[in-house]
Design a protein around this ligand. Structure first.
Ligand code: DNO
Length: 389
């Protein structure tokens, strides 16, 4: 497996020379400074790639080439947006960067309610609390119909939390919910989010699926022609939030996507952390089921509560059998090697890590501390080595 590490470029407090000390070989990155919908110029891609290669890495995956919200909503004349997207693809391929991760989550990316939840032994993790999400939706955002998405018990706990919360608690909650949006993006306040939700009224699961299929039909033939591999990142959490449909959450969704445009270029980022937060998902089984189309893996773990809350566990702790999952991925690599594929190695990266030791004061991106991720990566590397022996 191609041992990789996410780097946010100039936005990252962790430099390429720091990353070199982690032992990673591949860099997962994007041109985060370019607003969604605009073309990634070839010169900028070349410059980014040169910095990566000069530091001794390969640029293993683009994460992400973001999709403009209008494409997700199917709103207006999309031709210029698809043209720009294909232009970025051509520029990436011209520079020899072929694997591209993206997501199709409306409006938000990964979403948590707590960025610093204490873990046993010290350090902190990211957490999604169903109670706090309900408090946010019902009492802060005051979204019509939000109550219907939560059980009476959760609604009561949400009300209790809201009543005793200080303005600062509410501000921290808002900022936590917004923390998942990377790069050149809009980060909403409560009113901004209310406004941003309006154009999504009436967009149900079927409509979002139709818009996604259109995107795939526009993009995948170009990806095939350029020898690129696209890999969709699952929804996080893997269920509807804020009344917005989410359509990359379980095995049925993924089977639908991969069949919507049935091409090896239309693949999956197997994010164990995102998929693992859904009780219905059996991860080793899903990895086996979709093995051929997995072009990238995010390996991390979560521990779930019965009420829908979950928190990020250490990479080998939590509810997902990481060893069984890695075993499936290694078996797929063996198949690829047997089929004579030079690019048989599946890039993986440790995903979110706990904030440990000096991470606390380092000011790195939420979920992306140096030491916590290094711990996760070292543990994963041990599993990979042992299973490959
Ligand atoms: C979370 C990440 C996601 C991912 C995007 C891909 O840490 O895995 O934000 O980068 O969803 O488009």
């Amino acid at each position: 497996m191609l041992d990789s590490w996410r780097w946010y470029g100039d936005f990252d407090k962790i430099s390429l020379s720091d990353i070199a000390q982690t032992g990673a070989q591949g860099i997962v990155t994007a041109l985060h400074e370019i607003p969604y919908g605009e073309v990634w110029p070839q010169a900028a891609i070349a410059k980014h790639k040169r910095a990566i290669e000069d530091a001794g890495f390969v640029w293993s995956v683009v994460e992400s080439l973001p999709i403009h919200e209008r494409i997700k909503r199917g709103a207006g004349d999309l031709t210029p947006l698809f043209d720009n997207y294909r232009a970025s693809m051509r520029n990436l391929a011209a520079e020899g960067v072929y694997t591209v991760c993206y997501n199709f989550m409306p409006l938000l990316d990964w979403t948590r309610t707590d960025l610093s939840e204490p873990v046993a032994g010290g350090g902190t993790c990211l957490r999604f609390s169903q109670q706090k999400m309900a408090a946010f939706e019902v009492h802060m955002l005051q979204r019509d119909g939000a109550e219907a998405d939560y059980s009476p018990a959760i609604l009561q706990q949400a009300e209790d939390w809201f009543k005793q919360s200080t303005p600062q608690d509410r501000d921290v909650l808002l900022r936590s919910i917004m923390a998942g949006l990377p790069g050149a993006f809009e980060r909403f306040d409560v009113e901004g989010l209310r406004q941003a939700l309006i154009p999504y009224h009436g967009i149900d699961r079927a409509t979002l699926r139709a818009n996604y299929k259109r995107f795939l039909e526009e993009i995948i033939p170009t990806a095939e022609a350029l020898g690129m591999r696209f890999c969709v990142h699952p929804d996080d959490p893997p269920r509807d939030i804020l009344g917005l449909p989410r359509i990359v959450s379980d095995a049925e969704d993924i089977a639908w996507i991969l069949a919507a445009v049935d091409s090896p270029a239309n693949g999956l980022t197997f994010c164990a952390g995102s998929l693992g937060a859904n009780w219905a998902n059996d991860l080793p089984k899903m990895a086996g089921q979709f093995a051929e189309r997995i072009h990238f893996a995010h390996l991390r773990n979560v521990r779930k509560d019965q009420d829908g809350s979950f928190e990020e566990a250490a990479h080998l702790a939590g509810d997902t059998d990481m060893v069984a999952l890695v075993h499936e991925l290694l078996q797929e690599e063996t198949r690829r090697r047997g089929a004579g594929r030079a690019d048989y190695s599946i890039p993986f990266r440790p995903d979110h890590g706990h904030e440990l030791l000096s991470d606390k004061t380092a000011g790195t991106h939420p979920g992306y501390p140096l030491i916590g991720r290094m711990r996760g990566q070292a543990e994963l590397r041990g599993v990979i080595q042992a299973l490959s022996h």
